[in-house]
Write a protein that binds this ligand. Structure first.
Ligand code: HEM
Length: 128
C-alpha cells in the first residue's frame, strides 16, 4: 500500500491548517479581500480546502459538492492580474511554510500552487 501525498503530509488537519492561515492573510489584503463575494470567508476557505484535499489524494468531497473544478472558469468573474496572483502566492507561502512539511513535500506542494496560480491569470489590466 502506498500512501497518498494527502496522507503523507498529515491529512485533513494539515490542509485545513494551511487554508486557515492563508485566509488570515487574505482577510487583511486590500486587493484580495474585496474580491470575495461573501462577507464570511469561512465558506470560501472550506471550498479551497476541499479542493486541495481532493487534488492530493484525500476525500472527493469537493467534486461531490461542487462538480468538476473548472478553476479557470470559476475564476473568470474575478480580476486575477499578476498583482493578485503575487498576493495570493505570498499569503499561501506563509501558510505553507508554517505548516512545517518535510522539505520535499513542501517543494512539491509549492511547485503545484505556483503553477496553478500562474495559470489562473485572466487579465493584465491594473483595475477591473
Ligand atoms: C491567482 C490568484 C487567485 C485569486 C485572486 C483567487 C481568487 C478567488 C476568489 C475571489 C474565489 C471566490 C471565492 C469563493 O466564493 O469560493 C476563488 C475561488 C476558488 N479558488 Fe481561487 N484564486 C486564486 C488562485 C487560486 C489557486 C492557485 C487555486 C488552486 C490551487 C484556487 C482555487 C480556488 C477554488 C477551489 C475556489 C472555489 C471554487 C468553487 O468551487 O466555487 N484559486 N478564488
Amino acid at each position: 500500500m502506498t500512501e497518498t501525498f494527502y496522507e503523507s503530509v498529515g491529512g485533513r488537519e494539515t490542509f485545513r491548517g494551511i487554508v486557515a492561515r492563508f485566509y488570515e492573510g487574505v482577510a487583511d489584503d486590500d486587493v484580495l479581500r474585496p474580491m470575495y463575494p461573501e462577507m464570511d470567508l469561512e465558506p470560501a476557505a472550506d471550498r479551497l480546502a476541499m479542493f486541495l484535499e481532493q487534488y492530493w489524494g484525500g476525500p472527493t468531497t469537493y467534486s461531490e459538492q461542487r462538480g468538476h473544478p473548472r478553476l479557470r472558469m470559476r475564476h473568470a468573474p474575478y480580476h486575477v492580474n499578476p498583482d493578485a496572483r503575487d498576493r495570493w502566492l505570498a499569503h499561501m507561502k506563509v501558510a505553507v511554510q508554517e505548516a512545517g512539511l518535510a522539505p520535499l513535500h513542501e517543494a512539491q506542494l509549492w511547485d503545484y500552487l505556483e503553477r496553478a496560480a500562474h495559470s489562473l491569470i485572466n487579465t493584465f489590466e491594473d483595475t477591473p
